[in-house]
Design a protein around this ligand. Structure first.
Ligand SMILES: Cc1cc2nc3c(=O)[nH]c(=O)nc-3n(C[C@H](O)[C@H](O)[C@H](O)COP(=O)(O)OP(=O)(O)OC[C@H]3O[C@@H](n4cnc5c(N)ncnc54)[C@H](O)[C@@H]3O)c2cc1C
Length: 294
């Protein structure tokens, strides 16, 4: 299948794994921005270890009955529907997971509180609850008990999207900082003229070039092969957000006190960047994935 490149993680998951009816029902409205999806995997007692999720879907006649709860879900407050990771065979661990589409207006579906975060305030994040929510059997995506494959395919897309965002944010911070140090003066000269400033900016410029080269390689492969390489996505998700952390931390430093003030872009980039090492698979889980190949 050719690369979709149609937008965010959820539309990609639907494009690749939805049946014809699901694609026709949801995709046009998703890409037009008329409806919004959430991807609900994480639970209060299971994040990195997806195989331990406890939300269940049980067959009852021609319906699934879903019970459980999810937390830290992006778009929890605003999504019209969710792709929900559920256990359809709890005895089988990771091999008993399926993905089911649940609309937010189904009886028994409830949104919890909107969680207060250190940054990324433009996106809502929160809890959702399923109290015997009934959906038709046709809401299942892909094959029953093979949901891990769907989720892993989806996370690969996430794991290249967030490195790209990390690179873009670092680049933004770099340019913001150049503007700042050209204009801000200390000891009678622009901050840019201190050798330390040029050294730090030289390091940032080089890291950005190295990161870009690797991202280009992953994307070239994707375009050529039609699928994302899991190992390279994990490497990118491990390295780029850590590069971003080093760069933006240095950019804040070069701003002095201004860097700690939210009216300066680097301050907001700093708190937003902290997330990138945590979600869509933590930096440690990426090391586990890369480490397995050694
Ligand atoms: C803003 C935000 C938005 C999010 N959006 C979504 C969403 O839309 N949908 C969704 O399903 N989830 C979402 N998440 C959840 C996110 O994916 C999880 O927080 C993340 O996967 C980590 O899980 P956890 O928080 O349970 O941490 P844990 O898994 O409890 O990890 C805690 C620490 O232990 C480490 N650790 C765990 N296992 C290992 C191991 N094997 N080896 C070494 N170290 C390990 C972790 O790396 C981490 O440092 C979001 C989170 C945030 C913060």
């Amino acid at each position: 299948m050719a690369p979709a490149l149609i937008g965010d993680g959820t539309s990609e998951i639907l494009y690749r794994n939805g049946n014809e009816e699901q694609r026709r029902t949801w995709l046009p409205r998703m890409v037009k921005g008329e409806i919004r999806f959430g991807l609900a995997i994480t639970e209060p007692d299971s994040g990195s270890d997806v195989s331990s999720i406890r939300t269940t879907a049980v067959r009852d006649g021609n319906e699934w009955v879903i019970s459980g709860s999810k937390t830290y879900i992006s778009n929890a407050a605003s999504a019209d529907a969710f792709m929900v990771g559920v256990k359809t065979n709890p005895q089988l661990g990771a091999k008993g997971i399926s993905v089911i589409i649940v609309e937010a207006d189904r009886p028994g579906f409830r949104r919890g509180k909107r969680l207060k975060k250190m940054g990324s305030d433009a996106a809502d994040t929160g809890e959702i609850f399923f109290d015997d929510v009934r959906v038709p059997l046709s809401a299942l995506m892909g094959t029953e008990n093979e949901g891990m494959k769907i989720l892993l395919g989806g996370v690969n897309m996430d794991r290249i999207t967030w490195p790209l965002i990390a690179h873009a944010a670092s680049t933004r911070a770099f340019h913001e900082t150049i503007d700042f140090v050209k204009n801000r003066k200390a000891f009678g000269q622009p901050i840019l003229e201190f050798q330390n400033t040029r050294f730090r900016l030289a390091e940032i410029k080089t890291e950005l070039a190295v990161g870009r080269a690797f991202l280009d390689e992953v994307i070239r492969d994707y375009i050529a092969n039609g699928h994302l390489d899991q190992l390279k996505c994990a490497m990118a998700k491990m390295w780029l957000p850590e590069m971003e952390a080093r760069i933006i931390d240095q950019c804040v430093q070069l701003h002095g006190g201004a860097g700690y003030m939210d009216e300066y872009t680097v301050s907001r980039l700093y708190t937003a960047a902290r997330l990138h090492r945590i979600f869509a698979g933590t930096a440690e889980i990426m090391r586990v994935i890369v480490g397995r190949t050694i």
